[in-house]
Design a protein around this ligand. Structure first.
Ligand code: ATP
Ligand code: PRP
Ligand code: MG
Length: 280
């Protein structure tokens, strides 16, 4: 059995449950439930604060976990990063009042800065002497309340900062996304490898689609150059003399252009389907 930590709430909670369910894990959380056992996969899931997950995994209390990369960096615990996930994207940015004359991060470093990520801020400014006000959350209101002159906070759409009358200054101090982590000594443990490959298979599947179509032998070579697949397209002979059926994986973002091209050269019955998971 392996023990896996999952975010117990917030923006990472539901996408993480959805991802695991799409990988065949049976995991759900009701109320203040702190753990759930998946007998079919022999995994015990623990629902923890996103910021605490790196602590449990890097200490080996839990074998693996999913949380934000900024939270792992902030806590200074370095569990092994196994996989970047396709959600939880955010940037840790500095911001000042919209009417402030401050235009650079160098200038921000001289201000009183409110943040929930003091370690990342200190690392970014290479240990320079800073006036940091460490807050748990709702950091954006700290300037209006007068405890700080600038903030460094998580930005997704930028709505919170704008609503607080703040303007981003300079480049992000950290760029984050959700990630799968494991204790270094457990990363190659078979059930952890299965967890990683199932998630990887799902992420690959989301990047690709399956295209199937019929075409006459006279344009088969031309059509297969449009849909070369990963290894090679699957070609089967149709009952109709001189016609073939072709099946190949195509990148999701190129799928509709490929369909247009196949149609324009004379292919017929062109079908596009999603892929649940893939091992390539
Ligand atoms: N719009 C967003 N708001 C908050 N966090 C986000 C957002 N988008 C992505 N994230 C990422 O999600 C993680 C934080 O999740 P969340 O804010 O839900 O946890 P938390 O801050 O510990 O909980 P809470 O906000 O309830 O105190 C971080 O890795 C952060 O970078
Ligand atoms: O750029 P936006 O799309 O507005 O999202 C970013 C905001 O969301 C997060 O707040 P959260 O809900 O996590 O509350 P918290 O600040 O208390 O953590 C983050 O701390 C920002 O305040
Ligand atoms: Mg938060």
């Amino acid at each position: 059995m392996i023990k896996v930590a999952l975010p117990n709430k917030g923006v990472l909670f539901q996408p993480t449950l959805d991802l695991l369910a799409s990988c065949g894990y049976r995991v759900g959380k009701s109320g203040s439930q702190l753990s759930a056992f998946d007998p079919e996969n022999d995994v015990e899931f623990y629902f923890l604060r996103p910021g605490d997950i790196p602590v449990y995994v890097s200490n080996g209390i839990l074998d693996a976990g999913i949380t934000g990369k900024d939270l792992a960096a902030e806590r200074g615990h370095s569990p092994e990063l196994l996989l970047d996930l396709n959600y939880g994207d955010s940037r840790l940015c500095a911001a000042v009042p919209a009417n402030s004359p401050v235009r650079t991060l160098e200038e921000v470093a001289g201000l009183r800065i409110a943040t929930s990520f003091p370690n990342i801020v200190r690392q970014y400014f290479h240990g320079r002497a800073l006036k940091l006000i460490e807050l748990e959350g709702a950091v954006e209101i700290s300037v209006a309340l007068g405890i700080a002159e600038a903030v460094v906070d998580v930005v997704d759409t930028g709505t919170t900062l704008r609503q607080a009358g703040l303007r981003i200054v300079g480049e992000p101090l950290f760029v984050s996304n959700a990630a799968l982590y494991a204790h270094p000594e457990r990363a190659d443990h078979p059930p952890v490898r299965v967890l990683r490959s199932r998630i990887e298979g799902r992420l690959v599947a989301l990047d690709y689609m399956m295209v199937e179509y019929d075409c006459p032998g006279t344009i088969l070579q031309q059509a297969c150059e449009i849909t070369p697949g990963l290894e090679s397209p699957t070609i089967t002979q149709l009952q109709r003399e001189g016609w073939y059926s072709v099946k190949a994986m195509v990148r999701r973002k190129e799928a509709h252009r490929i369909m247009d091209e196949l149609s324009s050269i004379g292919c017929r019955g062109i079908l596009l389907t999603n892929i649940e998971s893939a091992r390539i």
